[in-house]
Design a protein around this ligand. Sequence first.
Ligand SMILES: Nc1nc2c(c(=O)[nH]1)N[C@H]1C(S)=C(S)[C@@H](COP(=O)(O)OP(=O)(O)OC[C@H]3O[C@@H](n4cnc5c(N)ncnc54)[C@H](O)[C@@H]3O)O[C@H]1N2
Ligand code: MOO
Length: 638
Amino acid sequence: MPVKAQSQFLQVVTRDEAERRFREHLALVPLGAETIALHAALGRVLADDVRAEIDVPGFDRSNVDGFAVQAEATWGAMEEDVRTLSLTDESLAPGIVPQREVINGVATSIATGGMLPRGADAVVMVEYTDADAGQVHIRRAATAGENVSYAGTDIARGETVLRAGQALSSREIGVLAALGMAEVSVHRKPRVAIFSTGNEIVAPGAPLPTGAVYDSNAAIISAAVQELGGEPVRLGVIPDDEAALSAALRKGLDCDAVVFSGGTSKGEGDLSYRVVAALGDPGIVAHGVALKPGKPVCLAVTGGKPVVILPGFPTSAVFTFHEFLAPVIRAFAGLPPEQRKQVAATLPMRINSERGRTEYLLVGLVPTDDGMSAYPMGKGSGSVTTFSSADGFITIGQHTEIVEAGTPVQVQLLGQALEPADLILIGSHCVGLDWLSGELMRQGIRIKSMSVGSTGGLMAAKRGECDAAGIHLMDPATGEYNLPLLTPALELITGYGRMQGIVYRPGDARFEGRTAADAMAVALADPTCTMVNRNAGSGTRILIDRLLAGAKPAGYGVQTKSHNAVAVAVAQERADWGLAIDTVARQYGLAFIPVQEERYDFVIPKARLERAPVKAFIALLQSSSAREALRNLGFRVD
Ligand SMILES: Nc1nc2c(c(=O)[nH]1)N[C@H]1C(S)=C(S)[C@@H](COP(=O)(O)OP(=O)(O)OC[C@H]3O[C@@H](n4cnc5c(N)ncnc54)[C@H](O)[C@@H]3O)O[C@H]1N2
Ligand code: MOO
């Protein structure tokens, strides 16, 4: 099939210009109010200020069980010198309106929540009294006002207790109920139509054909709309078909806003752009913004309703949604603009950025002896996990190409506050470490884990920025793992072995039943036998180069970055063999010829060895239950 020429529609403008054009045609005001039952008001946004029509409490109230008195009548009372008062004939349970006055020398029995009688100004707790026929002996003096809540002390009639624009949590709902309100006036929720486009996009729950992708964008945008006080209207996954897309868009325009993702960057097949371009009043206001991630975002307004095409890549979709549409939804919902919290930090490593685009770099924050360190978490625009695991992001200006290690940066937090962690793990990812982390979390230890590879982990440990770094680094000079790379300030805690070997599809006669050396000889003699390589610098790559002894067979140039990527390439027949660990080979149903064990150990800064969570980590790692579990996962534990 001939490749079609791709035309470009993008005309890139700055972020601020895009926002200005978008807002020029939108009224950032609430959509209207509605009255709803109080029990249905959780999460809704108040449309009007709430002024108290009553006092709470509505009367002077006793806070204890005891006797209502005039404080003066109790003065001087002690254990050995009681004051005796005569009792009125009433007993003031809550809800009873007192009939008798309390004058000096008189007391009335009163319960917690009872209404204070005329004349009384204090309540003596029953514990400090002895009552007998018609009298009460007071053993402790009271001061005026003691154990009494006066009318209106909690809420005074006429007071503004809640303000328009406030989101109602259980606490505010309690206040409204105390004021006797069964109904409340709230802003109408903006209804936001959401769909995803792309023939490869499959709704979660359905089977996933090879090459297809689950629809994560609609799910995250729909949940984000709810967080912003809106109501998502899910229109599903729409195939790449102009009529179907137009129909979805038309349906979406019954709502207050429309947002969908995918098919906005490229020309041919860029149906998303084409259907939105058919809108008028005014239609598309920006297509292409000098942002990374998010360049191909398309902003349109029609008849006062925003219509946004988000880039298909999940990180780009979420960022552009929050950048352009989220503030509009908040305003429609009657919420005030969001104030993002900032934290000062330092970059631990050098960053390259793209000139000409403002870059938002997602980071994980780690406390250090002198402030915070901001670790880039980027797995690229296509990642779905970065946004959920990052603490915040830094902004790199469009004219900056390099940010040096050690540069101070401002981190905008994604959440309301920084999640504290007890144990910080930075290094190479391993399912064995996942298991250990899970056990520690069950013990109540809060873990922050960042996968930056073995070398990144070792550097973090050297800088004292993590509690432990999981590493598997071979010293090329000695062939020994991990230990030769330590400095005096670091301790090595023995982890476990991971058997590395040749992975191939079961039944492949070129490998079946052979030793590693034989298999290599057969594979290298067959020019159609394609390998998948690993990235330079990885321990596995050193092993591959040793096995190949200078040969560069087909596929040598394909340098994947993980054991999983190697296994997937072989399983999906893009390659016939590669080197990976046996736990991964098993996960993908591949056959395995063992070659050499690599050591996955933990580097711990000595200064952190005495920390309780670190001790708990080491104790767990060395426990028989953990060793058993790691063995069951396929690791070698001595
Ligand atoms: N030649 C050029 N290619 C690309 C450019 C460019 O300027 N010139 N821009 C790149 C940038 S930047 C981005 S961002 C992406 C965005 O592309 P599209 O918005 O057209 O999105 P798709 O191609 O449809 O999908 C991209 C990617 O995301 C996956 N996807 C799509 N929808 C979903 C969903 N609902 N849930 C999960 N994942 C989704 C899709 O399968 C693709 O893998 O374009 C670059 N290319
Ligand atoms: O703008 Mo795209 O989101 O850089 O990857």
